[in-house]
Design a protein around this ligand. Structure first.
Ligand SMILES: Nc1ncnc2c1ncn2[C@@H]1O[C@H](COP(=O)(O)OP(=O)(O)O)[C@@H](O)[C@H]1O
Ligand SMILES: [Mg+2]
Length: 307
């Protein structure tokens, strides 16, 4: 299949700072492709180059077969964008925000009106159509931005941190809507620093750190490759972890001692848990879980995703 997006050694610099340091990736039609990485990794810079709102500094980038440098207006008319910041007009109603945005595109008023009805229904805001943006919750505002981004029936829908700062319930409502889009065959590009979001939504993703791609694959393949098996997490009373002096490390060939907890990677969590007790360790809390993309990130960078 022809890729929808192809990036080769894609680079973005701001003065002396290399924000995106020669990344390669390909997005194919119908997939949900993710950029997982902590703050400052370069995710937004990549999204803005794809969206033709920020020029590339080096490398090559093709989006829908177009060159963002020279085909900006045409490209923007075929993309849907949910920027990291909502940038809605707070004084205007939900409906007027959508109408105003629709008029940037070459759509008739009748078309826009029909589209708005469908989209309000889709994001479950039909009842809020006349409310001013400033009166809405964070989750509702995010849903307005999603509806807005879909107004031109885009070929690619780009979402920069769709659920950052929202409470768990609002996040689940959004995930459900994004999942529906995905099922309708819409190509989604999502950036996130939440490993659960990446794991639930993305068919494939790249892990980004400091402007570079450090790993690429499906969530399952990444976990299999970099952090297979299970994890036993231990928490100790304040100050104890520092005194353990290698006792954690002796329990498994792969361990991580973080500021607030210790992680032990294992293929047999039950045996590891009994080894903890037999070795005289007395954690305050102990739990076994499947390893996740958070563990992949930790393994590859030595740091956690959310500081
Ligand atoms: N307009 C800008 N001018 C200068 N530096 C920027 C600008 N935008 C982003 N940066 C810097 O580039 C790096 C990557 O930022 P960004 O792409 O926003 O990362 P992310 O979205 O992963 O948090 C950061 O160090 C950030 O401070
Ligand atoms: Mg960002």
């Amino acid at each position: 299949m022809e890729p929808l997006i192809q990036a080769t050694r894609l680079t973005k610099v701001f003065g002396d700072l290399v924000a995106v340091d020669g990344v390669d990736f390909v997005v194919t039609p119908g997939e949900t492709f993710g950029f997982l990485g902590p703050n400052g990794a370069g995710k937004t810079s990549v999204m803005r180059m794809i969206g033709a709102t920020s020029p590339i500094s080096g490398g090559e980038l093709s989006v829908l077969g177009l060159n963002p440098e020279t085909d900006g207006p045409l490209l923007r008319s075929r993309l849907g964008v949910v920027p990291q910041e909502n940038n809605l007009d707070a004084e205007l109603s939900v409906y007027d925000n959508l109408m105003m945005y629709g008029r940037y595109f070459d759509l008739s008023r009748t078309e826009i009106r029909m589209r708005i009805e469908e989209l309000l229904e889709f994001v479950q805001l039909t009842e809020k159509r006349n409310d001013k943006i400033q009166a809405l919750s964070g989750g509702m505002k995010r849903r307005v931005v999603i509806a807005r981004g879909l107004i031109n029936s885009p070929d690619i829908f780009i979402l920069d941190e769709p659920t950052t700062g929202l409470d768990p319930q609002a996040r689940h409502v959004l995930w459900d809507r994004l999942y529906r889009l995905k099922q309708q065959g819409v190509t989604l590009i999502i950036t996130t620093h939440y490993m659960d979001e990446a794991e639930q939504l993305c068919d494939r993703l790249v892990v980004m750190d400091k402007g570079r791609i450090v790993a690429e694959g499906s969530p399952r393949a990444l976990i299999e490759e970099h952090a297979p098996g299970e994890v036993v997490e231990l928490r100790f009373p304040v100050g104890v972890l520092e005194t353990l002096d290698g006792q954690i490390e002796r329990l498994s060939p792969r361990t991580e001692v973080l500021a607030d907890r210790a992680l032990i990677y294992t293929d047999d969590a039950e045996r590891t848990i009994s080894a903890v007790t037999t070795n005289g360790l007395e954690p305050e809390m102990m739990l076994a879980r499947r390893s996740s993309l958070e563990d992949v990130f930790l393994r590859l960078t030595g740091r956690t995703l959310v500081e």
